[in-house]
Design a protein around this ligand. Structure first.
Ligand code: ASP
Length: 582
């Protein structure tokens, strides 16, 4: 049977007899005529049933969301409906059949809904009938299709990798699966197919991809899910430029095919250190400018004791300028900003407004020369307000990077429907973890250091940089990867740098280190977050909108009520006992 989609019917179909299938979206009785909005995946078409039709009584019994089969004749409408794709025609019924009934639904299947998200998630199958959700799932499908065809055309092979694995080292907490056959032992669900894709390079596949489910047991944030999807890629005999080049072509191709948006290539590349310096973030949103400026020098001879003391201990003063923000930032709004930066551990917020005169928290204590220098360095014009933060370099950048985003939102500076993409490159290899009291890997332990930094792995971790890159879209990290270590000796050094004991290395990665000894080609790759990419392309900021059956912020599925308890027998088979805490 060839399905006739509702929206395929138009004036050219007039006089044709068609059989349609779908759901009753709406029923109206006007002067004896029954009008039904029949909905299928493609959209709505109007069905008309006249009092003389034999199915009239049956039609009267129809309720919303009943599933029906209608055979009828396509006719041109007298009153055209411009809102509907099929608004020029309607179907005069010949026969009607109810394929199934429906209970009264807990919320209406409309584009806009006031239903609570929890209710929508409990009845997700009904929510999917709503156009905004359905369209996002269709868009996601188109993205995946575009990715698959682009990568296949560029010699990538789609290879499946296991879901039951040994714990993978992405740095997050693993989801564990107990083994029945090997009691007391566990599989981990993959945080990513990282080691497998590298092993596929050892296996000579040369170009691999997979649309991979990844699992990370982390506390969830707004744009995170416990299971998410990555477009995972790996290539042999490549350098950083090669991976970035093919990836940006892939992304541009997806934007074009799915949304008909042209992305200008090559993308801008920004070193990590510069991203932090100018935007206070390793995923800068470049849809607006507002760079962070260093004005430490202006305060060299300041009379303000707290700044002088700060500078003497190596602190810096940085600033951002909110163009034309002076009138928005009333005392009350500035207080909100102060609270905002204090929550990010800044000691305080200074500001400088250029209105009729210069006003602000520190103006009284600035000399005429300092004021002039400050205004000049900041290019502070009438109507502008500058926000200044004193503190240790990293903290100041982080605070102003976050404030920059807040100001842009406050002043509505972020253009909608615009995409700004860039690469952030040259990441540090390590970052210091206060929590663990040691250096940990910035990406993962298989990331190759820059050739000139190999010797710094053990000696100068702070200044060791990696062949790693992230692709950033509108302030989101949309993907990231690196050139890998393919030399067993360097890999060992890296593990050593991360303070793994030889037993740890053997236990966790023994099989991998062993593989590196058998002719491993130079290789590298990256993974793109498919959920995020779909969010960006469908212009939603709710990750649950782009996933068919998502989990809530507490990692549960409200529809199937999962996770839940299992039977005693299941636990016994696994040799697991649940200990209830008193
Ligand atoms: N496996 C990495 C991740 O999930 C991506 C990569 O390095 O290819 O973040």
């Amino acid at each position: 049977m060839k399905k006739i989609w509702n929206v395929s019917l138009n004036k050219e179909s007039v006089l044709k007899e068609v059989t349609l299938y779908g759901w009753v979206a709406k029923k109206r009785n006007l002067g004896g005529l029954i009008f039904i909005d029949l909905r299928d995946r493609s959209g709505i078409v109007q069905i008309v049933i006249r009092p003389e039709d034999t199915c009239y009584e049956l039609a009267e019994s129809l309720k919303n969301e009943y599933v029906i089969q209608v055979t009828g004749k396509v006719v041109e409408r007298e009153n055209k409906n411009k809102e509907l794709v099929t608004g020029e025609i309607e179907i005069l019924v010949v026969s009607l059949q109810i394929l199934n009934t429906s209970l009264e639904i807990p919320f209406q299947i409309t584009d806009e809904t006031s239903a609570l998200e929890d209710t929508r998630l409990k009845y997700r199958y009904l929510d999917i009938r709503r156009t905004p959700i359905k369209e996002k799932l269709i868009l996601r499908h188109k993205i995946m299709q575009a990715i698959r065809s682009f990568l296949s055309e560029h010699d990538f092979i789609e290879v499946e990798t296991p879901i039951l694995c040994k714990s993978t080292p992405e740095g997050a907490r693993d989801y564990l699966v107990p083994s029945r056959v090997n009691k007391g032992n566990f599989y981990a669900l993959p945080q990513s197919p990282q080691l497998f894709k590298q092993l596929l390079m050892v296996g000579g596949m040369e170009r691999y991809f997979k649309i991979a489910k990844c699992f990370r047991d982390e506390d969830l944030r707004a744009d995170r899910q416990p299971e998410f999807t990555q477009v995972d890629m790996e290539m042999s005999f490549v350098c950083e430029e090669d991976v970035m080049d093919i990836t940006e072509k892939l992304i541009a191709d997806v934007f074009k095919k799915v949304r008909n948006i042209d992305i200008e290539l090559p993308l801008l590349k920004m070193k990590y250190d510069d991203a932090i310096k100018y935007y206070g973030s390793d995923k800068p949103d470049l849809r607006f400018e507002m760079k962070i400026m260093d004005v430490t020098d202006v305060f060299k001879k300041t009379s303000l004791a707290f700044i002088r003391d700060g500078l003497e201990s190596g602190q810096v003063v940085n600033a951002i300028v909110a163009k034309n923000g002076a009138s928005y930032y009333s005392r009350k709004e500035i207080d909100k900003c102060t609270l905002f930066v204090k929550n990010l551990k800044a000691s305080g917020l200074m500001y400088l407004k250029n209105e009729e005169e210069l006003t602000g928290s520190i103006v009284k204590n600035l000399s005429a020369e300092e004021k002039e220098n400050l205004c000049q360095s900041l290019a502070l014009e009438k109507g502008d307000v500058a926000f200044l933060v004193l503190g240790e370099y990293k903290l100041v950048k982080n605070v102003l990077g976050a404030l920059r985003l807040k100001v842009a939102k406050d002043l509505e500076m972020i253009p909608s429907h615009e995409y700004k993409l860039l690469w952030v490159t040259d990441f540090p290899t390590f970052e210091y973890s206060e929590e663990e009291g040691r250096f940990v890997a910035c990406h993962h332990p298989f990331t190759s250091p820059k050739d000139e930094d190999v010797d710094k792995l053990l000696k100068d971790k702070e200044h060791c940089y990696s062949k790693a890159y992230d692709i950033v879209i509108n302030g989101y990290e949309a993907g990231g990867g690196s050139i890998r270590i393919h030399n067993e000796g360097i890999q060992k050094k890296m593990f050593e740098a991360l303070e793994l004991t030889p037993e740890d290395i053997q236990n966790k990665f023994g099989f991998f280190v062993e593989a590196l000894k058998y002719g491993t080609p130079p290789h590298g790759g990256l993974a793109i977050g498919l959920d995020r990419l779909t969010m960006l392309l469908s212009e939603t900021d709710n990750i649950r909108d782009v996933i068919a059956f998502p989990k809530t912020a507490s990692a549960s599925d409200l529809m199937s009520d999962c996770p839940n308890t299992v039977s005693k027998k299941q636990l016994e088979e696994l040799g697991i006992e649940i200990v209830k805490k008193a």
